[in-house]
Design a protein around this ligand. Structure first.
Ligand SMILES: [Zn+2]
Length: 270
């Protein structure tokens, strides 16, 4: 009995030793790989800053630096599309108390149009084209505009996203056309990019960006990213565009967002 136990213990010790050697070897190989990647990335960065500060002492370019630079992305941002997350908030919808917030409304005599409903197909289209382009999208459009701005802001307090868009249309007495609302320069840049994208696909007046200090979308410090409230048009005079050209409209917004992020827009089939 004792002898059998002794053999069993020896066998177990051998197995444990071999397993440990395997784990150590695995960790070592992974460390080597990580070091190589870090070296490649910092090599690319060094190369970039060196060319920015002119040509003093250059001429010793390492071919591996160039390789590291060109392997990267399809944009100018240093990130690929799949590394971006965008939050698309469909204006109004179910509020924090569970009540339905219509936003503005307008009737043409036969149909009552409700902002929260009119924005939904446009938001869904924007989301679809962004996802086709590889971007991760968080949105209440997936669930029928069942949450509101404040839920979005709370989400972004604890989750990092790269851009935030709040989609609205203006009341019946407003002028026709697109109008991004902004407070900061980065918000303005995002709004202008979205406008530009829309006008590539939709024939609608351009009211230009408007500075506002009174909007939670623009004032909240919860999103740590550019945020914009985009007025897509007037619920009465632009009604036909908003309710029939929603696919193209969302495509334009997605195109503008991709341009803003510096990634390639993938224009999928309908
Ligand atoms: Zn609104």
């Amino acid at each position: 009995m004792i002898r059998r136990h002794w053999r069993l213990i020896l066998a177990l010790e051998l197995i444990i030793a071999m397993a440990l050697i395997g784990v150590i070897a695995y960790i070592h190989i992974n460390n080597l790989k990580a070091e190589e990647e870090t070296a490649a990335v910092s090599g690319a960065k060094d190369n970039g800053s060196a060319s920015d500060t002119a040509s003093v002492g250059s001429g010793d370019a390492d071919p591996s630096d160039t390789a590291a630079q060109t392997q990267k992305t399809d944009g100018n941002s240093g990130k690929t599309a799949t590394q971006y997350t965008v939050f698309v908030e469909t204006g109004h919808g179910t509020d924090e108390n569970g009540n339905w917030d219509t936003g503005c409304t307008w009737s043409d005599g036969t149909t009552e149009y409700v902002e929260a409903d009119v924005m939904l197909p446009i938001a869904k289209s924007m989301v679809k084209y962004l996802r086709d382009s590889g971007v991760t999208v968080i949105t209440d459009a997936d669930s029928g505009n069942d949450s509101n701005l404040f839920a979005a802001l709370d989400y972004m307090e604890t989750h990092q996203v790269d851009a935030f868009v709040n989609l609205h249309c203006d009341y019946e007495g407003a002028d026709s056309g697109t109008m991004p609302l902004y407070r900061t320069d980065e918000q303005k840049a995002l709004g202008l990019a979205l406008s530009k994208g829309v006008h590539e696909y939709i024939d609608i007046p351009d009211r230009g960006p408007q500075y506002r200090e009174d909007l939670d979308t623009l004032n909240s410090e919860k999103p740590k990213c550019p945020a914009v409230l985009f007025e897509t048009g007037c619920i009465s005079s632009d009604n036909k565009i908003l309710t029939t050209q929603y696919d193209e409209y969302g495509k334009g917004l997605a195109k503008g967002m991709c341009d803003f992020l510096g990634i390639r827009f993938h224009e999928a089939e309908k």
